[in-house]
Unconditional design. Structure first.
Length: 246
């Protein structure tokens, strides 16, 4: 075969080998963290259930409607928390794989954005756990009739809480998405600002599907999404001004 083809083939397999190595590192790190956190699955579940247990009457508790739920639900939660904890390392391995193919200007912007994205996602999850989840749970528990006793299944509660964490974590990524649109030149900051009313309506429309089916939860999600858009717009204006000055 021609020599250029051999070189390309060798380069392809070398990249494939590097990807496999980095993937194995990430999976090994995930297995290690999960092996540690699995011993504390009860404490992790108690921490997650604390916002709800504080609102229930004295002596109330969560229930397990499946035989295996009392064992599998905390274990599944520990695995998801392990993935949540190890995600920066996974992104670090991914960055190490794709960084050689980027230009210097792309590297200068991509790495800070990657770090900021992780921090914003964690900030969104923390905001959801500290502020949003207790507020929403307080609303639902006090909206129930007085003669109805609230008994929540542990799997349903885990799914409910994790949905909030994921949705708010992604909502806090809106500044990064807005910044990338402006930095790449796909759209200007002034153009986005002119379409602000449509973006606000779009945020409320998206919150209607992402949040639980009530107006209160939709409002609690849509307002931070709008604020995150404004933060990304401010950052985009700054970088656009620097690009014009250069």
């Amino acid at each position: 075969m021609p020599e250029p083809f051999d070189n390309a083939q060798q380069s392809f397999f070398s990249h494939l080998g590097e990807l496999r190595t980095r993937l194995m590192r990430a999976l090994s790190a995930l297995a290690l963290v999960f092996g540690i956190l699995a011993w504390y699955d009860g404490e992790i579940f108690e921490l997650l259930a604390r916002p709800l247990l504080r609102l229930l009457p004295t002596g109330s508790h969560l229930v397990a409607t499946d035989v295996t739920a009392s064992f599998m639900a905390p274990l599944r939660l520990s695995f998801l928390v392990s993935l949540f904890v190890i995600m920066p390392y996974i992104l670090f391995e991914l960055w190490g794989f794709i960084a050689p193919a980027l230009y210097r200007e792309e590297k200068r912007v991509a790495l800070p954005l990657l770090i900021i994205s992780c921090l914003l996602f964690y900030a969104g999850v923390a905001f959801s756990y500290v502020v949003i989840l207790p507020t929403v749970l307080h609303f639902f528990t006090h909206a129930a009739p007085h003669d109805v006793q609230l008994m929540t299944d542990i799997n349903h509660y885990i799914n409910f809480a994790l949905k909030f964490f994921l949705v708010f974590g992604l909502a806090f990524e809106i500044p990064v998405a807005t910044f990338l649109l402006i930095w790449s030149g796909m759209v200007g900051a002034d153009e986005l600002a002119a379409k602000r009313r449509y973006i606000i309506v779009g945020n409320f429309f998206a919150a209607m599907f992402l949040a639980p089916p009530d107006a209160f939860s939709m409002l609690m999600l849509a307002v931070p999404m709008c604020l995150m858009f404004e933060a990304g717009l401010i950052a985009g204006r700054m970088v656009q001004g620097r690009q014009r000055a250069a």
